[in-house]
Design a protein. Structure first.
Length: 817
């Protein structure tokens, strides 16, 4: 279609009611430009009043001889400056009316938890409908759809059964008195089509005001429920389902129809159609990233064009491994016990079918972050002295580490580019309570916490890497160049990167030690014995016993049935006090854990000065980011044991998992949440789902896995990306913010700590890989904790959920026996 026939997207404001799926609407907008939408059809008698919302204008001005509308092609250029997602609680009603509304051509009222009759859930959106709905086209989705009904006196009640992540057959309303009765909102869409629901409440058809008309239904267990509404005389529509879900059909067509109706309404009434970019202050409120907006994390000042100051070199060599040293041997020979600052082993203990690497290193520096004081304790391997940094103003641990990493990347030259790049850089964890930084509204006033450690990171300036597929070893170091010094204003603010890296003499000494170790015959090395059977199984006491946990599950199910959440990931922790000898060196226990419960994201992270040890056998990746900004999240929801002695039964289990409606619904809920999270820091057009609910087969289990990918916008640092996606949706449920608040109460306002957070690394070059902290033993001095839990839906059986918690706990605790 010629560019001249393209029209700009009407300026659209999407209001987010704290849902975890709202930003996914941006993907529908991006799909409008890939191909012309289907040609909507308007009959001679469309079954609606000719004066309704521009229908007469559509028919009289644009209808072709065959009764179809010309395929509308939207102009792609600049569309992201005309579409903005704003959280309703980020702006007052008065400011919205004065600063945003004059620029808006139409409004989309996004989904959200709760009940539209409550101001705390629907905010001032009802006021918007009542005050401006006569002249401003509005489309309500889910909660917005329900709010459309309640704004005119309708009622909402509980659905026959909640439908969360389930695909429904939507049936458009029909009439025997008209040739073409389909509402223009559904033009070009089949009379029955599939869409995803995330709702426990529905609009009551018995109490629907006369001015509202039902235009779509669905069948819920034998009961018709309203799936779409329109106002008979005002430009207002609502749909109960989620057109933006990855498994909904015809979402972009529905959106295109709404935008066409909005344009037609303004044209019919002689109103100028706002298509200019929204003002910068309006776009600055967006919950998604837009080009040209200020970065949350201050970037490092650019170097003068004629000068590039290399302050570090990243050097990698391939080692001679004729003795075929294993990661365990190298860890024990070159890392364990070298100093009291720490010892780290990122251990791929279970094959995944993809290239795997194991990394071992002795930290050069560690950072311990405490809240609510918001301080960073810095410790170095060369000194027992500690330094305290007070983070002030907008600076957080995420932004401070991000600035340090950005400085290092800008001023580091990589040698040996023909060899793989390995992650010298920042390795550690963000505990679950860092949600108070990433999602400040998630913590209620009832939560009173003493000073606590919420995150710890170690810096790997020297790293040994084992490539499992080839059996090769590599040595990588970050070397400070002669005359190097702290760079720029960021270094003077934090100083975190100023002393990182080793000098030339230190590099030579380290390489000599490494080469000497690998040159010795393997027969001369010894390994630690596995602790299995030598420690004895400790008695763990849960924070919630069986009765209390089951009661909490029933409360969670009631919250879900009432529409407060779609899914709640409820957890508890088991605790005990261990012998000081075990606490001072749990490494033999880790060897037992990696043997009894191998996992692709196993890790051993010990910081003796902090008296912290993490022994992890996590199977789940949180996020991976390549050095060029390609991000991937890979949620796992759905696991079944393999039947290795019966091939036919094994295949049956695999196929059963792939078709299991409950497992697919749980997976879909997290998939759409991950898409929404990525859209907070990725280019809209890049967010995609290349693998949706595929069964991956491993040594002992089949798992239902989805891959969600995106490309970071240029201004976003990897630490900011982690912050914007944190905490992991698989450990919260959805919508994320409301679920976090509900879980605080359900779990008795106890801190989860390291459990449910993320552990991994951000390399100097930006390469990032974090796992979800599950199946992990946490030692804080002599206190041992182990967390376990599960996703609660309205279908959950409370007793079985408790049994699942015990099963997960026992799988880890096998390392003691």
């Amino acid at each position: 279609m010629p560019l001249a026939s393209c029209v700009p997207i009407p300026t659209t404001v999407i209001l987010d009611h704290h849902d975890s799926y709202t930003r996914n609407l941006l993907v529908l907008f991006s799909q409008l430009f890939s191909a012309p939408p289907p040609q909507p059809r308007v009959g001679a008698s469309a079954g609606i009043a000719a004066s309704d919302v521009g229908a007469r204008h559509v028919q009289d001005q644009e209808r072709q001889g065959d009764g179809t509308l010309p395929a509308r092609r939207w102009l792609e250029k600049g569309w992201q400056q005309r579409v903005v997602v704003i959280n309703v609680d980020d702006i007052t009603w008065e400011r919205f009316v004065s600063a945003i509304l004059p620029h808006a051509s139409c409004i989309i009222l996004g989904p959200g938890p709760g009940n539209p009759s409550r101001t705390s859930d629907f905010s001032w959106s009802e006021r918007l409908i009542k005050s401006f709905g006569h002249r401003l086209p509005i489309l309500g989705l889910c909660l917005g759809h329900q709010g459309l009904a309640t704004s005119f006196g309708g009622k909402v009640g509980r659905a026959r059964e909640p439908r969360h992540g389930q695909i429904s057959m939507i049936r458009l309303s029909t009439s025997n008195t008209h040739v073409d009765p389909i509402d223009p909102l559904f033009a070009g869409i089949p009379s029955t089509f599939e869409a995803v629901q995330f709702n426990s409440l529905v609009v009551s058809p018995q109490e629907l005001p006369d001015e509202l008309q039902v235009i779509a239904w669905s069948d819920n267990g034998g009961r018709d429920e309203i799936m779409a509404l329109r106002h008979r005389s005002k430009p207002l529509w609502g749909v109960q389902f989620h057109p933006e879900s990855i498994c909904s059909s015809h979402g972009s067509t529905l959106l295109s129809n709404f935008l066409s109706l909005a344009s037609a309404h303004h044209a019919e009434h002689g109103n100028p159609i706002p298509t200019l970019p929204l003002p910068l202050d309006a776009r600055a409120l967006t919950t998604s990233y837009k080009r040209g907006l200020p970065n949350v994390i201050p970037d490092v000042p650019a170097e003068p064009p004629s000068y590039r100051a290399w302050r570090w070199e990243q050097r990698t060599i391939e080692l001679d491994n004729e003795s075929e040293m294993t990661p365990q041997e190298v860890f024990e020979g070159l890392v364990k016990g070298v100093n009291d600052l720490g010892e780290v082993w990122l251990d791929s203990a279970r094959p995944t079918g993809f290239p795997q690497f194991s990394y071992v290193f002795v930290p050069q520096t560690t950072w311990t972050h405490t809240r609510p004081a918001n301080k960073i304790l810095v410790q170095h391997d060369s000194s027992n002295e500690s330094l305290n940094y007070q983070l002030e103003g907008p600076h957080t641990l995420f932004s401070t580490l991000g600035t340090a990493q950005a400085t290092l990347k800008r001023h580091t030259r990589r040698l040996n580019p023909e060899l793989p790049s390995f992650p010298v850089g920042f390795v550690g964890y963000f505990g679950y309570e860092m949600k108070e930084v990433s999602m400040p509204l998630s913590t209620s006033a009832a939560t009173v916490q003493a000073e606590r450690t919420d995150a710890q990171f170690a810096f790997a300036s020297r790293l040994l890497t084992f490539a499992h597929e080839t059996g090769k070893w590599y040595a990588t170091a970050l070397v400070r160049l002669d005359g190097s010094s702290p760079v720029g204003n960021d270094a003077s603010i934090t100083g975190l990167e100023a002393t990182l890296g080793i000098d030339e003499p230190g590099h030579k000494t380290w390489m000599a030690t490494v080469r000497a170790y690998f040159a010795q015959p393997r027969s001369s090395t010894t390994t630690f014995p596995i602790a299995s059977g030598t420690i004895g199984l400790p008695t763990l006491v849960p924070d919630q016993d069986r009765e209390s946990y089951i009661s909490s599950i029933e409360q969670a199910k009631e919250h879900i049935t009432a529409g407060e959440s779609y899914e709640l990931c409820q957890t508890t922790q088991f605790r005990t006090t261990v012998d000081p000898t075990l606490a001072s060196d749990p490494y033999p226990l880790y060897l037992s854990l990696r043997s009894s419960n191998p996992a692709p994201y196993s890790s051993y992270f010990r910081l003796p000065r902090s008296k912290l040890s993490l022994l992890s056998s996590s199977p789940e990746r949180f996020i991976r980011i390549t050095s060029d900004g390609h991000a991937e999240m890979k949620p796992i929801k759905g696991t079944v044991k393999r039947c290795l002695d019966d091939e036919a039964e094994d295949q049956r289990r695999k196929e059963s998992l792939e078709k299991d409606e409950k497992e697919r619904a749980e997976n879909l809920m997290i998939v759409d949440l991950c898409r929404n999270d990525l859209l907070a820091f990725c280019e809209v057009q890049s967010v995609a789902v290349p693998d949706l609910m595929k069964v991956e087969t491993y040594q002992t289990v089949h798992q239902l896995v989805t891959s969600v990918v995106g490309q970071l916008t240029p201004a976003v640092n990897p630490f900011e990306a982690v912050q914007r996606a944190f905490p992991p949706g698989s450990m919260t449920g959805a919508p994320k913010l409301r679920s976090l608040k509900l879980l605080e109460d359900l779990e008795g306002y106890r801190a989860r700590g390291v459990y449910s957070g993320v552990f991994g690394y951000v390399a100097v070059d930006g390469t990032t890989d974090f796992s979800v902290v599950i199946r992990t033993l946490v030692f804080n001095d002599t206190q041992l904790t182990l967390g376990a839990g599960g996703a609660i839906t309205y279908l959950s059986d409370a007793a079985k959920e408790w049994d699942e918690v015990l099963t997960k706990k026992e799988a880890v605790m096998k390392c003691f026996t």
